[in-house]
Design a binder for this molecule. Structure first.
Ligand code: SAH
Length: 504
């Protein structure tokens, strides 16, 4: 299918978003469509291009949401619908390890759709590692074997495994999808001669904030699963290496482990608090309240014809990094490049914007000492007065919320709105689900509360707030509130950790 989209089969890793590969993240950030499975964590979905169409084909353990044959068809269909597009097929762990990635790839080849593999970190090895269990260890295990505990046998047995061979195998045995059948598996292995005292570990939701390790032996496997209520997704690892986990279990029991928190902030501010809460063990769902949008092509206030109009200006003034990024994104999209700026003077409101311009290979000619719009306006006005530049040939490149300071100081200049800042009014479906299942929401302003309740119908009952006004707004909407002592993020993070260490 020439001109069709390309499908990337991407491994999302076992859960911890830090275990997604750089290549995987790069593709998700530019994806037009993301087709994802149940095992992919919300934090990883958060990396996806916010404009991507998100398709959940996740299979629940009891009922299949979308059949494999339908998923295969969907991938081919999206490739046809989005010419030149990026279709990300995101799967838990590694797509080729019991992930049916091979089947999907075969289907793509048969349909003539171009595809690329982006391997992931398989849960088979990484989940034991997060429990301090090396799958091989000198003197203990010279091989390891990854086995599905789910494949039905034609004979009517629950499983088609060769238990005779497995029981003789001296290496580490790692079962995926095996919890439901583990009683049977353990019994068959013992019948075939495997030592009933073989140490064994079940690791549930490994690498996520909900990770739990339960130790047993082959003979106690079934009863341990029932007693401890071990549930999928979980891995079973068998062999001498399991005992190393007693000494090597390194993952600390962090104060916020097992808690899912929703952070509502303006997009770019969120990462700081997210990083801090994540470091304390929480799973964080960021729901930005505002988003920035390029003005073209939706509004066509700048079109490629307008880029030709750049010839009418000698000085381009930028007042934000958003403005720089948005301007260049649109310039490139219109088929132009930086040569249209040859000979022009470039002005920046401050150091951060100046640095951003340097990323595009552009040095600034004018940056005010005080890094404000007023400073920039006065600096340029002085150059106008000195006859160095012509005021009518100044172009201001700003966002729709920029104030008029520059225009007032330079009334003959022209302003192009290159991006818009808009409130986010809707949550994507995957986020709605993640928010509904969260333990609490974090609010830093009354507007965040107001905006959030409009977007999220199903939501947790608890909120952590900064400031009394925010607290009141949250109460008004029926939240229980816990408010930080001081109006800082540090104080709030401390309060959240304290709250859960007492509640535990
Ligand atoms: N392709 C995946 C495996 C898919 S089969 C990979 O490479 O990891 C699904 C099984 O993987 C689950 O039943 C469970 O046994 C295992 N699994 C996946 N993620 C897991 C996790 N975070 N913790 C424990 N087991 C996990």
């Amino acid at each position: 299918m020439s001109g069709a989209g390309k499908v990337y089969l991407i491994g999302a890793g076992p859960g911890d978003p830090g275990l997604l590969t750089l290549r995987g993240k790069e593709i998700l950030e530019k994806a037009d469509v993301v087709v994802y499975d149940r095992l992919v964590s919300p934090a990883i979905l958060g990396f996806c291009n916010p404009k991507a169409k998100m398709v959940d084909v996740g299979k629940m353990p009891t009922h299949h949401k979308v059949k494999q044959s339908e998923i295969n068809k969907l991938l081919v269909q999206f490739a046809g619908e989005v010419p030149g597009g990026v279709i990300a097929r995101l799967k838990g762990g590694d797509p080729f390890v019991f992930g049916r990635g091979g089947e999907e790839a075969l289907e793509l080849v048969a349909a003539g759709v171009e595809f690329e593999m982006v391997p992931g970190i398989t849960s088979a090895i990484s989940v034991p590692a997060y429990a301090g269990i090396p799958v091989s260890h000198r003197g203990i295990a010279t091989s390891f074997h990854i086995i599905t505990g789910h494949e039905k046998a034609e004979s009517g047995d629950p499983l088609s495994l060769d238990f005779e061979t497995l029981a003789k195998c001296p290496g580490t045995l790692i079962f995926l999808m095996g919890i439901a059948n583990m009683d049977f598996i353990a019994r068959r292995l013992m019948e075939c001669g495997k030592d009933p005292k073989t140490p064994l570990a079940f690791i549930e939701k490994g690498t996520t904030p909900y990770q739990r390790t339960v130790m047993a032996t082959l003979e106690t496997a079934g009863e341990t699963i029932a007693r401890e209520n071990v549930t999928a997704p979980a891995i079973t690892i068998m062999g001498g290496v399991v005992e190393l986990g007693q000494t090597l279990a390194w993952k600390k029991n962090l104060p916020l482990a097992g808690k899912r928190l929703v952070v509502t902030r303006a997009a770019k501010q969120a990462s700081g608090i997210t990083a801090r809460l994540t470091a304390l063990g929480a799973e964080v769902i960021e729901t930005p309240m505002i988003e920035t949008r390029d003005v073209i092509p939706a509004k066509a206030r700048i079109s490629s014809a307008d880029f030709k109009a750049l010839a009418n200006f000698d000085i381009l003034a930028f007042t934000s990094t958003n403005g720089v990024e948005s301007f260049f994104r649109q310039l490139f999209a219109a088929g132009c490049d930086v040569r249209v700026l040859a000979g022009k003077k470039i002005a920046s409101v401050g150091k951060i914007t100046e640095k951003k311009l340097l990323e595009y290979g552009i040095r600034c000619d004018y940056v005010p000492e005080d890094h404000t719009g007023e400073g920039l306006g006065k600096l340029l006005a002085a150059k106008v007065t000195a006859g160095e530049i012509d005021e009518s040939r100044i172009l201001l490149l700003q966002g729709n919320l920029a104030d008029d300071t520059l225009l007032e100081l330079l009334p003959k200049s022209t302003r192009w709105v290159v991006y818009e800042t808009l409130p986010v009014t809707e949550l994507p479906e995957w986020k709605r689900e993640a928010v509904a299942g969260a333990d609490a929401v974090v609010f830093a302003s009354t507007s965040a509360v107001e905006n959030f309740v409009k977007m999220a119908e199903a939501r947790p009952s608890l909120s952590f707030c900064i400031g009394r006004m925010t607290e009141n707004a949250a109460r008004k909407h029926g939240f229980e509130t816990v408010t930080s002592d001081e109006t800082t993020m540090d104080s709030l993070v401390k309060k959240i950790a304290e709250y859960y260490s007492v509640a535990r």
